[in-house]
Design a binder for this molecule. Structure first.
Ligand code: AMP
Length: 528
């Protein structure tokens, strides 16, 4: 069994107590401080509910939320991060599912989370709410305020001596965290990830990147996105420190990176566009980075090349994976070769699966798994990072395929195997559109748009039977949309040319920092 998340952090607490664990603006925590605060959270959680299965953390991204998450693990519970800035209906849905299906019995809130409690009241029956300390850098919970809560761990709870987690030690199958992905019905789908799943993942990235106590990790991801689990726990397993990167830092990333000593960058590729708007992507402006990792959506070859020039001492890597396969399941090291047979549609390959995982490609449409693997198809993956199934078993329908005596997760992503490269990402299966008698992949239309001046970024959605393209940057002069559409005909058959092309100053991003295609689809149908 590979060590649990809390065992990994405990090991670091013993080895490097005085090293910096967290830098969040003016708040700097050593491992000793982080451990002591997380212990106080754990003690308060266990006083409120002995042996909780899952604890919600409804708190803004930053030192206090990180400590609360670690405290949850120290209490022997699964972490359920929730974000105060998400729409309340989404948080309500996630909370209801976590209470009913993951045994959430304690909710930790900061000030922003507390403000939402009236809206969440209907989901809090039987849940003890603990308020994280009201001082900016603090994180020890105050008194619980649920009507039927046990006695408050007020001052004694806050100052209690560290105590080890009570009850059964978590095993490989115990849930380490639960995250929610948006379901097609709007009801969030709960994804439980076990200590065995995440332990395998962390072992893989540690082998590949050899993190150590000299590393300084960026923390750019929303805590409800599994990539944040990498930020915190890959760093804390190695005695490295974690720096909270708020969107304002993108404006002048070189200055921020130099001031905080960043060595490991990890973000969604869309962040590259934000950094480019400042001085951040000029050559050699990020000399301190040794590793630059991108994950969450397609990484454009052009963006990877720009980033590589800005950070010449850095390995630039494209990680790929859905939440259900634990953070990332494949990786490709950028080597500067953007030939179209490997960078299909100008997108960096997603490369090879992490060790221990296996891939299966399914051709489109129903039918049995073919004996001969197609060159192209829906990527299905199995192995030790595969989650056990959604919290609500009804959500499993259609998401798995049984083959070779094993259960495989259907990613919904279309990939092609390219010899010497591994897997190339072609788009989501649901980004395949049948239009004007041809089958079209939206990423190809986006690629064609990017070939045309003045388009820099492009996102194409299919809404109400039409293709609508959203492009940046907004041109200053007369709108050249008609001309761009005309020039697209050199690259695309007629039906593939978007009927509508609109300019935006920037593409909208969702809470995970990815291009928000749902918002664009809504925009596409507006005013029609
Ligand atoms: P999520 O479960 O929210 O992490 O979303 C996972 C989905 O994001 C995948 O199924 C892909 O469609 C997309 N994705 C993640 N990483 C990449 C990548 N490196 N390249 C292209 N798409 C990606």
């Amino acid at each position: 069994m590979s060590p649990t998340l809390s065992a990994r952090v405990r090991r670091t607490l013993r080895r490097h107590p005085d090293r910096t664990a967290v830098q969040d603006g003016p708040t700097v925590l050593s491992y000793r401080e982080l451990g002591a605060r997380a212990d106080r959270v754990a003690a308060a959680v266990r006083a409120a509910h002995p042996g909780p299965a899952a604890v919600g953390v409804l708190a803004e991204r930053g030192a206090q939320a990180y400590t609360a998450l670690l405290g949850t693990l120290f209490a022997g519970a699964a972490m359920v991060p929730l974000a105060p800035e998400h729409p309340p209906a989404r948080t309500r849905g996630a909370l209801a599912a976590a209470v009913a299906e993951a045994g959430l019995s304690v909710l930790l809130v900061d000030r922003a989370g507390a403000a939402l409690l009236p809206e969440l009241a209907g989901e809090l029956t039987g849940v003890t709410v603990l308020h994280l300390d009201r001082t900016p850098a603090g994180d020890a919970p105050d008194a619980p305020d649920a009507p039927d809560a046990p006695d408050a761990p007020d001052a004694p709870g806050v100052t209690a001596a560290p105590t080890p987690p009570a009850g059964k030690e978590p095993g490989d199958d115990t849930t380490a965290y639960v995250l929610f992905t948006s379901g097609s019905t709007g009801r969030p789908k709960g994804v439980p990830i076990s200590h065995g799943n995440v332990g395998h993942y962390l072992d893989q990235v540690q082998l590949r990147y050899a993190f150590d106590h000299r590393d300084v990790f960026s923390q750019t991801f929303d805590l409800t996105f599994d990539l944040a689990v990498f930020d915190l726990f890959a760093a804390w397993s190695a005695g490295a420190s974690v720096v909270t990167v708020r969107p304002g830092a993108f404006v002048n990333l070189p200055r921020f990176a130099a001031r905080t000593g960043l060595t490991v960058w990890f973000s969604a590729p869309s962040a590259i566009g934000a950094v480019r708007r400042g001085p951040g992507l000029a050559p050699d402006t990020l000399p301190g980075l040794r590793l630059s990792l991108f994950c969450g959506e397609a990484l454009l070859a052009e963006d990877a090349a720009d980033w590589q020039r800005a950070a010449p001492g850095s390995r630039v890597e494209n990680l790929y994976g859905p939440t259900e396969l634990t953070i990332s399941c494949s990786v490709f090291g950028w080597d500067g070769d953007a030939r179209p047979e490997r960078c299909v549609n100008g997108v960096v390959p997603i490369g090879d699966l992490h060790d221990g995982l296996s891939a299966l490609l399914l051709p489109p449409g129903p039918g049995p798994v073919p004996a001969d693997q197609p060159e192209q198809g829906e990527l299905c993956v199995t192995g030790p990072q595969l989650f056990r199934g959604y919290l609500d078993r009804a959500d499993d329908t259609g998401r798995f395929v049984e083959h070779d005596g094993r259960r495989w997760y259907r990613t919904g992503d279309l990939v092609r195997r390219v010899p010497g490269v591994g897997l190339c990402y072609l788009g989501r299966i649901d980004q395949q559109v049948q239009i004007g008698g041809i089958r079209l992949e939206l990423p190809e239309v986006e690629w064609a748009l990017r070939q045309i001046e003045p388009v820099r970024q492009a996102a194409v959605v299919y809404a109400a039977g039409r293709l609508v393209a959203f492009c940046t940057p907004s041109p200053g002069g007369p709108d050249p949309a008609a001309e761009v559409r005309q020039r697209l005909r050199a690259f695309l058959p007629g039906p593939a040319v978007p009927q509508d092309l609109r300019w935006l100053s920037e593409l909208p991003l969702n809470v995970n920092g990815k291009v928000d295609r749902r918002a664009l689809a809504l925009l596409a149908t507006e005013g029609r």
